[in-house]
Design a protein around this ligand. Structure first.
Ligand code: 9Z3
Length: 318
């Protein structure tokens, strides 16, 4: 059983196309972690907590020179909103996100901010439209404070191959922080993939009437993250289902099977209204505050998770 699992894992990583900018990502990660984990005065207790937030869905390419792919649904809203609240709570954030999905501090901007927020007043000048000026100012200010202050590192991925290699690199780098590190795994990760070696190189041709593709299971790396990559980090994974009847049961199973500290369960249709936090023997429902127009579920969710992380850090000390 264990050896089959190990074979699946090594076969995934050995056959994955290597990351093009691996050295650059590694350098950015190490610098970010070094800057945020060496507090002035060297006081270990006061070292900043660092969280890796994953966000957006991974793709599974069907061709090596990819024209077609299978996608996993996720707008990236949860990851982006949670990143804002985690920064507010004092965390440094490594935001591992799917290219093109929602970004922190941009949630209150219109869908096409570049075209909708600006207007051309004469051939030489453009300006921010009055109705968007407050939102644009806040987004620029908060984003700049986080990035220039060295508190937000944004790393994009597209495919399942990129995502899992980047998650592994991040986890191995963060392991030195022990219980100060947190993983908030909101990305929607593919369950099945086409191994690189058995993938067509060129665009698959139509004409034979049907298409047979063999997908193999993506190895479950959550337990490897917990046991090997970053064994002391506080790990939160998400469970998404469309059938409410199996959601709780699946979340409890994920907690036990992968050794997560917390599993956040949500249903696709109601994910913006409520989530269920499963931890130890507790099941806590977290709602959006419906009395406030602009409220979201991520605000109370992050508050709860930050408290849980504090308790975990205290317990790890003793
Ligand atoms: C989630 O359940 C996220 O909450 C959503 C957020 C993707 C629903 P949006 O990005 O939505 O705000 O539009 N993520 C699913 C995480 C996932 O794929 N978990 C795996 C699983 O369920 C285990 S790692 O099997």
């Amino acid at each position: 059983m264990e050896s089959t699992r190990n074979e699946e894992i090594s076969s995934f990583f050995d056959s994955a196309p290597p990351l093009k900018n691996r050295d650059n990502i590694k350098h950015k990660l190490n610098e970010f972690i070094r800057l945020n984990s060496s507090p002035n005065g060297g006081d270990e207790e006061k070292a900043r907590r660092i969280v890796c937030v994953t966000s957006g869905g991974t793709t599974v390419p069907l061709e090596q020179r990819c024209v077609r792919y299978i996608d996993n649904f996720s707008s990236g809203h949860r990851g982006a909103a949670s990143t804002e609240y985690l920064l507010k709570a004092g965390y440094a954030v490594i935001f591992l996100y799917r290219r093109g999905t929602f970004q922190p501090f941009c949630r209150s901007l219109p869908d096409d901010p570049f075209l909708e927020c600006f207007e051309s007043i004469d051939p030489k000048n453009i300006q921010v439209r009055q109705q968007h000026s407050e939102a644009v100012k806040l987004a620029i200010r908060d984003h700049h404070t986080a990035v220039a202050g060295g508190l937000l590192l944004k790393l994009p991925f597209t495919t399942i191959f990129e995502y899992l290699q980047m998650l592994q690199m991040t986890a191995l780098s963060l392991s030195s922080l022990g219980p100060h590190a947190m993983f908030y795994l909101a990305a929607a990760v593919s369950d099945f993939y086409v191994p690189w070696k058995s993938m067509a190189e060129h665009k698959i041709q139509s004409g034979s009437g049907h298409l047979d593709i063999r997908l193999v299971q993506v190895p479950k790396l959550l337990s490897v993250l917990r046991k090997e990559w970053a064994p002391m980090a506080f790990c939160i994974s998400f469970k998404l289902e469309t059938d409410s009847r199996i959601l709780q049961e699946k979340a409890e199973m994920a907690l036990r099977k992968y050794g997560m500290h917390v599993v956040v369960a949500n249903e696709l249709l109601t994910r913006k209204e409520e989530v269920f936090v499963v931890t130890g023997n507790l099941k806590i429902t977290v709602h959006r505050d419906k009395t406030q127009v602009d409220s979201d579920v991520e605000n109370p969710l992050i508050e709860l998770l930050v408290n849980r992380h504090s308790v975990y850090m205290k317990e790890s000390d003793t």
